[in-house]
Design a protein around this ligand. Structure first.
Ligand SMILES: *Cc1c(COP(=O)(O)O)cnc(C)c1O
Length: 431
């Protein structure tokens, strides 16, 4: 199957080329030419399957024209080696915990899958592949961990200096080996701009094989649809459900929308952001106004120009009406997020992280919600990753999972660069 650019439907690539190129040469994002529609029976069969088995089935539906079944199963099995359990929170409300992977954030799913798929496509190449990734925190650690020690691949992680938590920084900067952390004197948007410019630079392409591991890459985006099916399967007797997605770059939501196009019975999508509310504003006004991001306590969603918005427009034929029909969006201040963490903890004992708090609150805010239809919000990170914020709210200590404690005691190693494309290019050319 081919994948086209959101900027030009005639510009097409095979799966392999789309994954290797990351971003289309015209600056568009790749989209599948056809989204496979699963049969009712296939979707019903997920009720009696594990997340792992569901992931295999969907991966086969998505990729069977380009890879054989053994290859798909190998990639999927190696990537999806942890669960995404559905947890009851209160009457009618569940959370899908996406943080049981090695870096305790949902990005482990996409990053691990992409690392294995890229590894498969580059087997036997005689040149190294260079993966560039901009991170506002969790992407970087998931990619670093997912790609660590994968042969033939070098990873450059660009993160905003002072813009990620101390623990996130440790996760990015302590692996070593084929993982290089670049500390950029600027914001996440600067990091993202540097990466985008690098992909569009001819000199760099002549000298290096470059690809991305941001959620713009198909191999990260598409596997994120797996766990939406798991949410529905674990609900057991619900016919349809609401799903609420804490969003920054909107890759997670886009994967959920794709799951819907594959036949998953999502009644309505609910979008949650922090004060970086470019998409909620678009839903309200029909105008998309990207702008510099504002730092918040839900820092993995501090995105002022969400790159997957182009895919959302594409999925709905650029119709504002169609998008408004499919989803509602809500934006929250840091105080509102803190208040939600405290309130939910006190009433239910469930401890949210700041991103999940946005998802929970938005789900509750969507008032057309019908009583008999369950709602699921995605918990995108373990609360222990944001222990400073969370502990201040609940006034007791949060257990820090051992994965994080391990990174915490290692020594940081990073290279400092200005937020300046010529400097970045020069650095890459003289590796
Ligand atoms: C990346 C991230 C998000 C935002 O996901 P997008 O796909 O960029 O919208 C939300 N929460 C956490 C914890 C994240 O790491």
């Amino acid at each position: 199957m081919n994948y086209y650019s959101t900027e030009n439907r005639q510009l097409k690539r095979s799966l392999k080329d789309a994954v290797l190129e990351g971003l289309a040469p015209d600056g568009g994002l790749f989209m599948p030419e056809r989204i496979p529609l699963l049969t009712e029976a296939q979707i019903q069969s997920f009720r009696s399957k594990s997340f792992h088995e569901i992931s295999r089935d969907i991966a086969i539906s998505l990729f069977h024209e380009d890879l054989n079944e053994t290859e798909i199963i190998e990639i999927t099995d190696a990537a999806i080696n942890f669960d995404t359990p559905l947890v009851y929170v209160e009457e009618g409300i569940y959370t899908l915990e996406l943080f049981h992977g090695p870096t305790l954030a949902f990005k482990d799913v996409g990053a691990r899958f992409m690392a294995r798929m890229l590894g498969h496509f580059t087997m036997g190449l005689d040149r190294e592949i260079n993966v560039l990734v901009a991170t506002s925190g969790d992407t970087g650690s998931a990619v670093a961990s997912g790609f660590w020690n994968v042969e033939g691949i070098r990873v450059f992680i660009l993160y905003p200096s002072g813009g990620v938590s101390r623990l996130q920084e440790k996760q990015l900067t302590t692996l070593g080996g084929n993982i290089m952390a670049l500390e950029i004197a600027g914001t996440f948007d600067d990091c993202q701009r540097l990466v985008k410019s690098a992909f569009q630079d001819k000199d760099l392409h002549d000298h290096l094989i470059l690809t991305s591991a941001n959620s713009i890459n198909l191999a990260r985006l598409l596997p994120q649809s797996f766990y939406y099916f798991n949410a529905w399967a674990r609900l057991r007797d619900a016919r349809e459900f609401y799903v609420s997605v804490p969003s920054g770059n909107f890759g997670n939501l886009t994967a959920g929308l794709i799951a819907g196009k594959m036949g998953l019975p999502v009644k309505h999508y609910i979008v949650a952001t922090n004060v970086n509310d470019v998409v909620p504003e678009y839903l309200q006004t029909g105008k998309f106004r990207p702008r510099p991001s504002i730092p918040t306590i839900a820092n993995a969603m501090d995105v002022g120009n969400p790159s997957n918005f182009a895919r959302i427009l594409d999925l709905y034929g650029h119709s504002h009406d169609a998008i408004v029909d499919a989803m509602n969006a809500y934006a929250y201040t840091d105080d509102e997020l803190r208040e939600t963490i405290g309130d939910v903890y006190q009433r239910t004992g469930y401890l949210l992280d700041p991103h999940g708090a946005a998802g929970y609150r938005a789900l509750k805010a969507y008032t057309p919600r019908e009583k008999g239809i369950p709602g699921v919000f995605l918990e995108t990170a373990h609360p222990g990753k944001f222990s400073l914020t969370v502990e201040e709210v609940i006034r007791s200590t949060v257990e820090i999972p051992t994965q994080l404690q391990d990174a915490s005691s290692k020594k940081k190693s990073s290279i400092t660069l200005a937020a300046d494309f010529p400097d970045f290019k020069d650095f890459l050319l003289h590796l």
